[in-house]
Design a protein around this ligand. Structure first.
Ligand code: FAD
Length: 384
């Protein structure tokens, strides 16, 4: 079996890459180890930058996103007993975010690929990467897929990054001393916009997925388990943190999903080796505070599509050679923004009173200075 681009992973990066390549007349095969049902139900990100929405709409997969996505023109920072709105419409006119679940993006992309006769294989076992220096191919479940290029879109725990010979990649990473407990609840959002809350008990985020489904996150110890957090405890803690301003009442409901996500930052450089190009979480992850992971995955495959189109259309390797450098600029901006938001809003066990005062002083600055608020806003909606 032969294709031009062998893609490992049917997350947002792999599926969007396959779709964008198809629009440029380039063939691909997507190999995914999980079932279609599993990837379509996996609850993760939900904040789409303006550039991500534009990419999906321009690629013809934004019809449901436009209909069901919730455009947001601001977020609230809540701390010290008061809420402060960061107003995108004033600070970064014409730019906003859209709340639309990652699993909905994945569903739309799978539907588009299959409608176009795309080759997306689910529940594929034992994918392995070979011949990266000259003649790349993939093996899986007793089969062989020859290709010109391999795209490693298989997330943080995939096989593509570990296939690069030792010593080639430099790793930059940071583990945070806490995790996020995330829940999805069948209850109307208690606020129209996202609320990022800092309290002495820790961080909490009020988010949403639709007019009837809310998403919440709680800062919890790094070794926390779902078993330690029965529903009543979660609601009590969310109330203790979010009802920290007068007059705000948190509506509660049935918890449909819960999970603990480690808070980690990770980047490899370069994002390519021989005929292998890494995209999305396979190359970098950010703590979710800045809502950047999914958006970075989309940005990577946009760059990779243009580079592959130049290569297949006229043999030019200039863009492919510069792929990693082009992506890493955006990756590091997002790394810094995610670190900054995380540091600003979480409580750190080893923080002394001096450190806490600095944190509050910075929050006061961000919520009172237009220049500081613009920095937050332009990074949040996504740099052009
Ligand atoms: C709880 C949580 C909340 C988040 N919130 C946000 C947010 O608000 N905003 C945001 O932008 N980002 C957020 N993120 C990050 C975002 O979800 C990821 O950055 C995004 O999923 C990256 O997409 P990807 O396609 O690169 O990787 P993935 O979505 O991880 O997809 C990789 C795919 O590869 C498959 N795979 C793995 N190994 C193999 C193998 N050996 N063979 C074949 N297939 C394989 C996997 O099953 C998976 O389907 C969040 C993440 C989590 C966990």
């Amino acid at each position: 079996m032969r294709t031009q681009v062998g893609i490992i992973g049917a997350g947002p990066a792999g599926l969007l890459l396959s779709h964008l390549l198809h629009l440029r007349g380039i063939s691909s095969v997507v190999l995914e180890k999980r079932s279609r049902d599993y990837v379509e139900r996996r609850v993760r990100a939900g904040v789409l930058e303006q550039g991500t929405v534009d990419t999906l709409v321009e690629a013809g997969v934004g019809e449901r996103l436009r209909r069901e996505g919730l455009p947001h023109h601001g977020i609230e920072l809540r701390y010290g007993g008061a809420g402060h709105r960061i107003a995108f419409e004033k600070l970064v006119p014409g730019r906003s975010i859209t709340v639309y679940g990652q699993q909905e993006v994945v569903k739309d992309l799978i539907a588009a690929r299959l409608a176009a006769g795309g080759d997306v294989r689910f529940e594929v076992e034992d994918v392995a990467v070979h011949g990266l220096e000259a003649e790349p191919y993939l093996t899986f479940g007793g089969e062989r897929l020859d290709c010109d290029v391999i795209a490693g879109c298989d997330g943080f725990h995939g096989v593509s990054r570990p296939s690069v010979p030792e010593g080639v990649l430099s790793v930059f990473e940071r583990d945070y001393p806490f995790a996020w407990l995330g829940i999805l609840a069948r209850v109307a959002p208690s606020s129209e916009e996202l609320i990022y809350t800092r309290t002495e008990r820790g961080f909490a985020l009020h988010s949403m997925r639709s007019p009837t489904v809310s998403r919440f996150y709680l800062q919890v110890p790094a070794d926390a388990t779902v078993e330690e957090w029965p529903d009543e405890r979660i609601w009590a803690e969310l109330k203790a943190r979010l009802e920290s301003v007068p007059g705000f009442t948190l509506a509660t409901g049935e918890i449909m999903e819960k999970g603990v996500t480690p808070m980690r930052a990770f980047v490899v450089e370069p994002m390519q080796y021989g005929r292998l190009y890494l995209a999305g979480d396979a190359a970098h992850i950010v703590p979710p505070t800045g809502a950047k992971g999914l958006n970075l995955a989309v940005a990577d495959v946009r760059v990779l599509t243009d580079a592959l189109a130049a290569y297949f259309e006229n043999g030019s390797t200039a863009l492919l050679d510069g792929y990693s450098e082009a992506c890493l600029k955006r990756v590091w901006r997002a790394q810094h923004f995610s670190w900054w938001m995380t540091t600003l809003l979480h409580t750190f066990e080893d923080d002394d009173p001096y450190g806490r005062r600095l944190q509050l002083s910075y929050l006061d600055y961000v919520t009172s200075s237009e220049a500081a608020a613009t920095t937050l806003a332009e990074n949040y909606v996504g740099m052009p």
